[in-house]
Design a protein around this ligand. Structure first.
Ligand SMILES: *[C@@H]1O[C@H](CO)[C@@H](O)[C@H](O)[C@H]1NC(C)=O
Ligand SMILES: *[C@@H]1O[C@H](CO)[C@@H](O)[C@H](O)[C@H]1NC(C)=O
Ligand SMILES: *[C@@H]1O[C@H](CO)[C@@H](O)[C@H](O)[C@H]1NC(C)=O
Ligand SMILES: *[C@@H]1O[C@H](CO)[C@@H](O)[C@H](O)[C@H]1NC(C)=O
Ligand SMILES: *[C@@H]1O[C@H](CO)[C@@H](O)[C@H](O)[C@H]1NC(C)=O
Ligand SMILES: *[C@@H]1O[C@H](CO)[C@@H](O)[C@H](O)[C@H]1NC(C)=O
Ligand SMILES: *[C@@H]1O[C@H](CO)[C@@H](O)[C@H](O)[C@H]1NC(C)=O
Ligand SMILES: *[C@@H]1O[C@H](CO)[C@@H](O)[C@H](O)[C@H]1NC(C)=O
Length: 570
């Protein structure tokens, strides 16, 4: 056999990983500098907020059990924080990141070091800013491989490729959200979707920078797909190729094969793809799943190119367009539902069967009537209203002088109240024609308290106030089992029979069906303050959020750690 340098490289890799298997988990140190960087897209250069000048930001690669120490320096002109999306943060809530929830913002010129350990999670997560709309451009992948010496529960892929789906505004995203907050109207939709920061060659001025994903005939690769978009659920597909889903939100799933994925913002999906087609170039494409009837959305399509390296020269000819896949219709809820119903845990799951807290939260939009005398310029929502949103009729308001976690841990009064309702204060036909008297939620900084170890069931019920819509509901600090989902109003007499208590999927973000509900279960085994919110940033801006306080249990291992010395204060 010839001394092929690739094979030598592989031998070295095998050798070094064998050596590492006997060593302990590692600690990875990184510096993240948040800074304005010129970024040119769609023919125009913007002063874009990035990490280390990179858009998307750096990919973090770790093994399960490793510790991350990331020193974040804020050289931008905005307050900033970083959230490690999906990381459980056992006892390290101070490192979770949502501004005014677990920390005050890192102010311009300031810095903060996030320290946390990955415990029992494998697959794909990501990190993003959790302050205003900075995450439009401040985000990156977090790849968690099995512990050194352990292997994937599927054949080792030849290559691995993270694909971050994003949204690009031909504007400053912070200006876009500020304009909406001022006018009360819906914010401008994005101008392009992106794959690893590039819109792809269906957009103007984007052909040269289209992302190329190389493959060799016959090989199987792992694509780690992340919806890092701000406000839009996305369908994802690859022309002529099947996708075998093996993981989501850093938990493995029972493998299933599909041609199209649907990811809500916040969700990740790991798929195996085998290069078993004629050697050529195939488009990888994503576009909106827009479930809200009549609401404006970005209807463009982003592409990358799956490029067979062994393709004969004519197929390499870049004047020949790659093969384009069919994408589902924008409103194809049947495809989105079939996809989300395919998820199972790989084996019998540890779903709590006894329940201590039986919760029911409505989630959806609202319309505030403008106070008499207000300027029409500030009342540009439907019929002269202002958009709002709520859970159980509470429109969440962030505190401003202390973070919730600091107020909780230090017993500072007056920052929040603990009267977040466990069930809707008013029962109504949630998914019917909701009367106008029910459309104005009450602003508040309310939390729901859970005892350490409480076994929680939560029905998340979408409403059709203004419009029904699919909501990606994300819980910080936890993974939860999604034991059922359906359309219409949840009916305990009928729908309990649909619960999957055997092998439901474990996730950190649930796509609550449009005009429907999801039921989740988890055990409150991580003390701290944990935000739960819609991951459409436009909705969190309007108040579609709440927070759980999980009390300490007994002894050190059930107690929140002390705050780090450099925790930013307000
Ligand atoms: C939003 O879109 C409108 C209409 O195209 C435009 O006039 C406005 O400048 C945009 N706002 C921002 C902040 O880019
Ligand atoms: C590309 O630019 C042309 C000319 O400016 C414009 O008409 C067209 O709408 C643009 N296409 C996209 C996808 O932005
Ligand atoms: C996208 O929306 C624009 C404006 O609303 C419309 O002109 C265009 O036909 C739509 N494109 C697609 C692919 O639906
Ligand atoms: C989806 O949109 C098409 C037109 O774009 C419409 O004919 C169809 O009724 C819609 N389907 C649903 C389920 O809303
Ligand atoms: C706006 O007002 C019109 C006329 O009164 C009404 O038909 C429509 O339902 C209203 N829309 C909303 C979103 O309230
Ligand atoms: C919804 O209810 C309002 C009055 O409560 C009525 O005016 C309106 O026509 C109803 N809309 C539909 C679509 O049934
Ligand atoms: C929300 O609370 C307000 C004020 O108490 C009330 O008028 C409204 O009916 C409530 N709406 C719902 C959906 O509970
Ligand atoms: C930045 O954070 C500080 C608290 O640390 C807060 O007082 C200030 O209002 C924030 N600025 C903006 C623009 O949100």
């Amino acid at each position: 056999m010839e001394a092929n340098p690739i094979c030598l490289g592989l031998l070295f890799l095998i050798f070094s990983s064998t050596m590492a298997a006997i060593s302990n988990a590692k600690t990875h140190y990184h510096d993240f500098v948040i800074q304005a960087t010129p970024v040119k897209r769609l023919c125009k250069t913007h002063s874009t907020i990035t990490v280390n000048g990179m858009y998307p930001g750096p990919t973090l690669e770790v093994n399960n059990g490793d510790t991350l120490v990331i020193n974040v320096v804020n050289r931008a002109r905005y307050n900033a924080t970083i959230h490690w999306h999906g990381v459980r943060q056992m006892r390290t809530g101070w490192a979770d990141g949502p501004e005014f929830v677990t920390q005050c913002p890192i102010r311009p010129g300031g810095s903060y070091t996030y320290r946390f350990t990955i415990q029992g999670q494998e697959g794909t997560l990501w990190w993003h800013a959790h302050s205003s709309w900075l995450r439009a451009t401040v985000y990156g992948a977090l790849i968690i491989r099995p512990k050194e010496g352990d292997s994937y529960p599927f054949p080792k892929p030849r290559r691995e490729t993270p694909l971050l789906l994003g949204e690009w505004w031909d504007a400053n995203p912070i200006d876009v959200v500020r304009q909406a907050t001022r006018t009360g109207a819906a914010p401008n939709v994005s101008d392009a979707y992106t794959i690893n920061g590039q819109p792809g060659d269906l957009y103007n001025c984007s052909s040269k920078d289209t992302i190329i994903v190389p493959v060799d005939s016959g090989e199987t690769n792992l694509l780690r797909i992340i919806n890092s978009g701000l406000n839009q659920q996305l369908f994802f597909t690859v022309a002529n190729h099947k996708l075998t889903v093996v993981g989501a939100d850093a938990s493995y799933v029972k493998p299933f094969t599909t041609t199209v994925l649907m990811l809500g913002p916040g969700q990740t999906t790991d798929v195996l793809i085998t290069a078993d087609q004629l050697p050529a170039r195939y488009y990888i494409a994503a576009r909106a799943y827009a479930s809200a009837q009549g609401a404006p959305f970005d209807n463009t399509t982003t592409t990358a190119i799956l490029d067979y390296k062994s393709a004969p020269c004519p197929a390499k000819d870049v004047s020949v367009k790659p093969v384009m896949p069919n994408l589902p219709a924008f409103n194809d809820t049947a495809t989105a539902t079939a996809f989300s119903k395919s998820f199972r845990s790989p084996r019998k799951a540890l779903v709590p069967t006894e329940i201590d807290e039986n919760l029911f939260f409505t989630v959806g939009l609202g319309l505030n009537n403008c106070p008499i005398g207000s300027s029409p310029a500030n009342c540009q929502g439907p019929n002269g209203t202002r958009f709002t949103a709520s859970m159980n009729n509470v429109s969440f308001v962030l505190p401003s002088s202390f973070s919730l976690l600091q107020a909780h841990q230090q017993g500072i009064p007056g920052v929040f109240t603990t009267d977040f309702p466990g069930v809707p204060p008013v029962k109504f036909d949630y998914t019917g024609n909701v009367s106008q008297s029910l459309q104005q939620p009450v602003p508040g900084t309310k939390v729901y308290k859970l005892k350490y170890g409480a076994r929680v069931q939560l029905v998340i019920q979408g409403t059709s106030i203004f419009t029904a819509e699919n909501h990606p509901i994300h819980l910080h600090g936890y993974d939860f089992y999604i034991i059922a989902e359906g359309f219409g109003n949840f009916d305990p007499n009928k729908d309990t029979a649909k619960f999957n208590l055997v092998d439901p999927p474990l996730r950190n973000t649930a796509s609550v069906p449009v005009g429907g509900w999801s039921v989740i279960r988890f055990v409150a085994d991580n003390p701290g303050v944990w935000l739960m919110h819609c991951h459409l940033d436009v909705h969190i801006t309007w108040g579609l959020a709440m927070a759980f306080i999980v009390e300490n249990g007994v002894g050190e291992l059930e107690t929140l750690e002390l705050p780090p010395a450099d925790l930013p204060l307000c």
